[in-house]
Design a protein around this ligand. Structure first.
Ligand code: RUQ
Ligand code: CUA
Ligand code: CA
Length: 645
């Protein structure tokens, strides 16, 4: 399978010629480039910036990505699911999708949004219906200890409804969702890596969330046409309680978030520092910003009561606007100027730099963290002197990954390339050493890449083996399936000097971002613990139908291949809570529980308990059956639900 794919890759055609062949009017590459540049309203001075010589098309990399039948992958990947509101678990290097963890939207396989337990996590309205039924996940990141993933949690954002979801990585389920107050378009998310003050706290205790869209605050209809009053908020969520600890009022629109390895700084690259509400206004200034939050100072300000609150929320809000933070001695934030409408900010694994990609500028900006700290300490007069490099890479730089050997890998959206560049050489070049060659290699990807990540890239253990690239357009790479194309995930071997494209697979749109880490860092549990469920039906003899007037509790124990009880007698209009415990203790022995015409189906894993509530409003006979293949007698695994008229 994999070998075939690499063969396909080998035969791939030059992107430019394909564009022309299939789209006579205007190639997409040309179209996107023209639109972006016209929107930017600038000439980018690209003379020195034409895509250089690219690597040869993928060579067959032997069996390096092939994971043979029965073999296990060596890396996990956590991929955001985009519109589907979930997080996907992949094995790498094979790229096989192993699981989807539902978070913000219903999932009819596991019954997410159907069981009472999951609905409580998702949030319901007063009438019991789900608060939200759609989502848009972009970024997923794991909890840290000592600068590496510790396998406890992952967090994912919902840009659409400004929610943060937390996933317990031991069971790979979402256990908490928090709605950010007064935030619209919550985009970048990143956990901290240690506490800025207490050295004993060498693990994640905060999750930072960047607010993208600026809105009137409060956004209740009173200020509609006064853009100068629109603001966005940067939020800090407690990693354990998932409550919002504090927020910071800021100018501009947060894009991504990155955190320093010493715990002292969180950053967000910002576009639309102009505060425009019209498309053209959002690109009018030549430079935007990367804003650095001084975590210790902000939390001291909160302790000192130097904050305000907004209607409807008790969360302390500190002032992180440019106007309020000009004096380094008291500033809560430092604002570094970067070229217009930057995209992506990433922390290098050596802990020294944050890199902002230029998007509308063909550059990447390297900011030295020690210099930002020096500015706060009064040792650096000009905050923009924290910029140690601003180098040309190519058109449409978006996101950057690292190999742990001093190289950065940046996606070029408009050029449909990944460029490998050396950070130290870029700094020397920026410092005036024109002989310093910082671009090491370029490779074509197919097509228009957004996010990129390397194995262990965002940890101290970056290992420089694999680089995954999320291509936003797949066009001619797969069998046609109608107008909505899959996206293309490509895998590049970065263990040598030259990048080698070794694998690709289609994905349902659109994953946005992902992390890749060694499989040893996760130890998922195979069985639930009965004691974790207060409503568990602990033994078969506890099962049965228990009536209290119109309120009926149905307790069901499942042991393959039978449910107990096998007959459930109800009266029309009964308010039913049906609890199912899977008493099987065998790995991989899940049961499902489906009730025809009652719109109910969910899975119960070994030693798990799940419940649903419904009104028995349809009289008749309903064969509740096991919906998950479990046994040779799986088809016979049923309970007859009788609803008397
Ligand atoms: S952003 S393609 Cu939502 Cu992650 Cu950059
Ligand atoms: Cu139990 Cu199928
Ligand atoms: Ca701008």
């Amino acid at each position: 399978m994999c070998a075939d794919l690499s063969k396909d890759t080998k035969q791939s055609v030059e992107p430019e010629s394909v564009e022309q062949a299939s789209q006579p009017d205007l190639g997409r590459r040309g179209f996107l480039g023209a639109a972006a540049l016209a929107g930017a309203g600038v000439s980018l001075g690209l003379a020195g910036c034409a895509p250089g010589k690219t690597s040869a098309p993928a060579e067959t990399a032997g069996s390096s990505v092939e994971v043979k039948p029965g073999e296990l992958d060596t890396y996990y990947g956590l991929w955001s699911g985009g519109h589907t509101g979930d997080v996907r678990v992949l094995g790498l290097p094979s790229g096989r999708e192993l699981h989807r963890i539902p978070v913000f939207t219903r999932d009819v396989l596991v019954g997410w949004g159907i069981t009472n337990e999951s609905r409580q996590v998702m949030g319901t309205k007063a009438d019991g219906s789900l608060q939200y039924s759609v989502g848009d996940t972009h970024h997923v990141h794991g909890s840290y200890k000592d600068g590496n993933y510790d396998g406890r949690y992952a967090w994912v954002n919902d840009k659409l409804n400004s929610r943060v979801g937390r996933i317990r990585l031991d069971y790979m389920v979402c256990d908490k969702i928090t709605k950010l107050p007064n935030v619209q378009g919550f985009h970048g998310i990143f956990p901290d890596k240690r506490d800025p003050v207490d050295p004993a706290i060498n693990y994640t205790t905060r999750v930072f969330c960047g607010g993208e869209f600026a809105t009137p605050l409060p956004n209740d209809g009173r200020d509609l046409e006064s853009p100068e009053k629109y603001r966005s908020l940067f939020s800090c969520v407690d990693a354990e309680t998932m409550e919002v600890r504090w927020q910071a009022l800021i100018d501009g629109n947060c894009d991504l978030v990155a955190t320093s390895y010493d715990g002292k700084l969180a950053a967000s690259n910002q576009y639309n520092t102009e505060g425009g509400t019209r498309y053209e206004d959002m690109m009018s200034a030549e430079r935007d910003a990367c804003i650095f939050f001084n975590i210790a100072r902000i939390e001291q300000a909160v302790r000192d009561g130097r904050y305000s609150t907004f209607a409807g929320s008790k969360v302390p809000v500190v002032d992180g606007t440019r106007a309020a933070n000009t004096d380094p001695a008291t500033a809560l934030v430092a604002i570094v100027s970067v070229p217009k409408n930057p995209h992506g900010v990433n922390a290098s694994p050596d802990g020294k730099y944050f890199i902002c990609a230029g998007k509308l500028s063909p550059t990447a900006t390297v900011i030295e963290l020690q210099k930002v700290l020096d500015w706060f300490d009064g040792k650096l007069a000009d905050i923009d002197a924290a910029i140690v490099a601003e180098v040309e890479l190519g058109l449409g730089p978006l996101h950057t990954a690292f190999d742990g050997r001093g190289n950065a890998y940046t996606t070029l959206f408009l050029d449909s390339q990944v460029v490998k560049w050396n950070v130290d050489a870029a700094i020397r070049h920026h410092g005036g050493d024109n002989a310093a060659q910082y671009v090491v290699d370029r490779i074509d990807v197919h097509y228009q890449p957004g996010h990129i990540n390397a194995s262990q890239s965002e940890t101290v253990a970056a290992d420089g083996k694999w680089l995954a690239v999320g291509c936003k357009f797949s066009k001619d790479r797969f069998l046609p399936i109608g107008p909505l194309h899959p996206e293309n995930e490509q895998l590049i071997d970065i263990s040598g000097d030259k990048m080698k494209l070794v694998h690709e697979h289609p994905v349902r749109p659109e994953p946005h971002d992902f992390i890749i880490f060694k499989r040893e860092l996760l130890a998922p549990k195979m069985l639930y613990n009965l004691d974790d469920f207060p409503n568990a039906v602990r033994e078969q003899k506890d099962a049965g139908v228990f009536r209290n007037g119109k309120e009926v509790t149905v307790k069901i124990a499942s042991v393959a291949p039978a449910f107990e009880p096998r007959e459930i007698r109800l009266k029309r209009g009964d308010k039913v809570t049906l609890v199912v415990t899977n008493l099987d203790k065998i790995e991989d022995l899940a049961h499902g529980f489906g009730i025809p015409d009652y719109d109910i189906n969910f899975v119960v894993n070994p030693q798990q308990t799940a419940s649903v509530s419904f009104v028995a409003d349809k009289p008749g006979v309903f064969w509740c059956y096991c919906t998950h293949f479990c046994h040779a007698l799986h088809l016979e695994m049923r309970a007859r639900m009788i609803v008397e008229a």
